[in-house]
Design a protein. Structure first.
Lengths: 526, 101, 208
């Protein structure tokens, strides 16, 4: 007994308590389904949600952990990782209520679906705190493999199969490319796998390693950009979003993306600190392409899921502004935006799920005149879409303003201006859906809406959907006005994270040097 | 035998894998190309492990993890290929175009 | 257990030729069964390279997992999807292949240059190989790589569950014409209708 306690202390195992809770929940779901059979589907989803919420509470108690490094350097539980793990867990906790009805209606088994989704969550959570190359790889693959499985879950549907196959092939090849970059990193650092040690070892090296480091950087960014679906690594996104079950899309667009950003911050800021200029440049290119292509192609979409796919590409572009800014404000604006994006995007997906469950379609034209039949869904979808577009009193507006402000402070004026212009474009296609739902006269109603079934929340699985919808809409509409706690949370997590602080300092030093030299240079000329 | 030989062999294998990935039309062959790429990465890691890190051999550990994950990925990939073959009666990548804008 | 220098070079050369030749066969041959067997050849030759790199345990793992599991799995998959299908030829396909070949060769040139000009920080005691690599690997697994080791077990469990779910044939549930009118129940498909059916005006382009 003493022995096990001393081992646990040595490993600092308490830091992965939240993940432990998720693993226990996973086991409960699998074994509960085995023992109790189909009848267990009544309580299993609630057990899963409870487990995720417990894990978020456990995360709360980990805040400001004095000894964040656990498992002999494999895992880092600093405040940055805590907040990203919270985002991933919360996104699953909101996604599960909306998937109950959807999965049951398609006749597939709910328990296994939730088990796979919990595994994906686990992968995302470990990815947010991974501090070591092997750990990064394993948790990344855990997230990816369970995402492939969820994408192909509706196995009688050719679209779902095709989406899964495309996702798997593109995902596996991108992770192979990522791994090649990682192996170069291992070699360049002379045999280190810990991110902080790698940074230290590479900084010692001379500049003749720069080609190797640049190739490693490009390969690693290819892997990360695939996860956050940045253009030009986005080709899978629209197809996978259209072909997979909608709750999976909701998870991929929020949880998986947040984990990808956590990986991006940790890997780029620590291991690639030497080539900060270069990765800022590459990410600027990715952000410009994502903003332009995501927003422009979204204009032409006829399917709601595909439109949200392109919109999520564009939103990734907005978040990258904060990453490129590279300041405290930049990172905390990223976190704030991701938190807000979680609720507004999941709210929008809940409405899409409700509509497709009742009518069996997700074409945008079929939404015409929905206001007459179902005011609640119309209202919620309008709020979420307007918030995604960035209309003032809603949460998305404040998120965008903060991102743009941080970018402006850091001096990336061009990107911020492009962001503003593309925001205007994006408002157009979001408003188009809202207008379609609200303004149409009764005789212009689409066939799907004409045959709209009677609204009955008492059907099995509809209650949690309703609760999830209300929660996300309330947060979306209020988080903007009452943004202070969220804002403070995001700011605290960045300010108290050592890796970001050292990065900010080292980034500011060269700038000061440049300023000094530029002030010195004219005086010597005189 | 030098580190560079080993790395160049790995780079060649990686490039062959990428070529197969892009040009293959059979979905199973695309999976095989991905396995080739992963093996190239393993060779890289083993080379580094032997020549740069012979005392801690972390590269060997990394390789074992890559082998494990590759096996899992292959199993999932083949399951997906079986599912799509049952519905579509083909494994030709050019025929998979239901999802297109 | 280091072999003499010359023997090492020669065996490396033979293995390298085997690896590259079989890998080219995997991607270039038209018959997929030959490709699968050549893939086994690539795996075995790489295991031989691992032995040359003083890693017996990983070589054994490579043979067991890659040749024994992955390759056999691929062969099974080929047998299960065994309909001989002649892919319809696509005009100008050789242009695409040629362009890809050039790009890949360029990438190889870039990587090769990088490998040759980078001063790798070679360990000073290159010849001093640890006696028993398996003990060292075990120590790592239960110290600093404990967390990934445990995570890999969860990953494998879920990959197994998921692969079984996707690959098993199961009884398709009856499309429930429910007493509640609201339920548009489907049998293991997405609730959203495919686009051809959803948009009435356009004629379906493909019958499956």
């Amino acid at each position: 007994m003493d022995f096990s306690i001393s081992i646990a202390n040595q490993l600092n195992a308490a830091t992965i308590l939240p993940e432990g809770i998720v693993i226990i929940t996973l086991m409960v779901v699998i074994i509960g389904d085995l023992i109790f059979g189909r009848s267990s589907s009544r309580w299993l989803p609630y057990a899963a949600i409870a487990g995720l919420l417990a894990s978020i509470i456990a995360l709360y108690f980990q805040w400001n952990n004095p000894e964040p490094i656990a498992f002999l350097g494999a895992f880092n539980s600093d405040n940055l990782s805590i907040i990203f793990r919270g985002i991933v867990a919360l996104s699953t906790a909101v996604t599960i209520p909306m998937s109950i009805r959807y999965v049951e209606q398609s006749g597939t088994s709910l328990a296994e679906f939730m088990a796979i989704m919990l595994t994906a969550t686990l992968g995302g959570m470990f990815l947010s705190g991974a501090n070591e190359l092997v750990m990064v790889f394993i948790s990344l693959e855990m997230l990816s493999i369970s995402s492939y499985l969820m994408t192909g879950y509706m196995k009688r549907d050719p679209r779902s199969n095709e989406a899964a196959l495309k996702y798997l092939l593109i995902g596996a090849s991108s992770s192979a490319i990522f791994l090649y970059g990682v192996s170069l990193l291992y070699g360049l650092s002379g045999g280190e796998t810990n991110l902080t040690t790698i940074a230290a070892r590479i900084t010692d090296a001379s500049s003749s390693q720069s080609l190797g480091l640049a190739i490693a950087l490009v390969f690693v960014i290819a892997g990360i950009a695939f996860k956050i679906s940045a253009v030009p690594f986005h080709q899978w996104t629209p197809d996978v979003y259209e072909g997979s079950p909608t709750p999976v899309v909701a998870f991929l667009s929020v949880g998986s993306k947040a984990a990808g950003f956590a990986l991006a911050i940790r890997l780029l800021v620590t291991a690639f600190a030497l080539v900060t200029e270069e990765w800022h440049f590459i990410f600027t290119a990715l952000a410009i392409l994502s903003l332009v292509l995501g927003n422009v192609v979204a204009l032409a979409q006829t399917s709601m899921k595909r439109m949200l796919a392109y919109s999520s590409i564009a939103q990734a572009g907005f978040v990258m502004i904060g990453l490129i800014a590279g300041t405290d404000a930049g990172y905390s604006s990223m976190i704030f935006y991701l938190l807000v994006y979680l609720f507004m995007n999941l709210g929008a997906f809940t409405c899409v799920i409700l509509f497709s469950l009742r009518t069996g379609t997700d074409q945008i034209s079929e939404y015409a005149g929905l206001y007459q039949k179902d005011p609640l869904v119309t209202l919620c979808l309008s709020i979420c879409l307007l918030s995604l577009g960035g209309i003032p009193p809603l949460a998305g507006f404040f998120g965008k303003i903060y991102l743009f402000w941080a970018g402006w402070q850091a001096g990336i004026y061009g990107l911020v201006l492009l962001g503003l212009i593309t925001t205007v474009v994006s408002i157009y296609y979001y408003i188009r859906v809202v207008k379609m739902m609200v303004v149409k006269e009764p005789h212009e109603m689409s066939d799907a809406v004409k045959n709209y079934p009677e609204i009955r929340w008492s059907l099995p699985g509809m209650r949690p959907l309703q609760v999830g919808l209300i929660v996300s809409v309330v947060v979306t509409s209020l988080a903007g006005i009452l943004s202070n706690p969220l804002f403070t949370l995001a700011n605290d997590s960045v300010v108290s994270t050592p890796i970001l602080q050292s990065a900010v300092v080292t980034r500011e030093l060269p700038q000061n040097n440049v300023k000094v030299s530029s002030t010195v240079a004219p005086s010597t000329q005189h | 035998m030098q580190l560079q030989y080993c790395l160049i062999l790995a780079a060649a294998l990686f490039c062959i894998g990428i070529y197969g990935l892009i040009t293959s039309r059979n979905a199973v062959r695309v999976l095989m190309s991905i396995e080739l790429m992963l093996n190239a990465v393993n060779l890289n890691l083993m080379g580094f492990s032997n020549f740069l890190d012979p005392s801690a051999i972390k590269g060997q550990i990394f390789t074992i993890f890559v082998i494990t994950v590759a096996a899992a990925e292959a199993a999932v990939g083949l399951a997906i290929i079986l599912a799509i073959y049952r519905n579509r009666e083909t494994v030709d990548m050019e025929q998979f175009n239901l999802l297109k804008w | 257990m280091t072999l003499a220098e010359g023997v090492q070079i020669v065996s490396f050369g033979i293995l390298a030729v085997m690896v590259l030749g079989s890998a080219l066969g995997v991607v270039l041959l038209t018959n997929i069964v030959y490709s699968a067997f050549l893939l086994g050849g690539v795996f075995i030759s790489i295991a031989g390279l691992y032995v040359l790199l003083n890693a017996e345990f990983v070589a054994a793992a490579q043979v067991l997992i890659y040749v024994g599991a992955v390759n056999v799995l691929i062969l099974f998959a080929i047998m299960l999807v065994n309909k001989r299908e002649d892919f319809s030829s696509i005009p100008r396909r050789w242009i695409r292949q040629g362009a890809t070949g050039i790009v890949c060769f360029g990438l190889f040139a870039l990587l090769g240059t990088m490998i040759l000009i980078t001063p790798w920080s070679l360990a000073p005691t290159s010849s001093a190989v640890i006696e028993n690599s398996i003990v060292e690997i075990g120590k790592h697994f239960f110290s600093d790589f404990l967390l990934p080791f445990e995570l890999a077990s969860v990953l494998l469990l879920m990959a197994m569950v998921g692969a079984i779910i996707l690959a098993r044939r199961d009884i398709i549930p009856e499309v429930a014409i429910a007493k509640e009118r609201e339920i548009v129940s489907t049998s293991l498909t997405l609730p959203e209708r495919p686009r051809e059916i959803a948009s009435i005006g356009s004629s379906p382009t493909k019958e499956q």
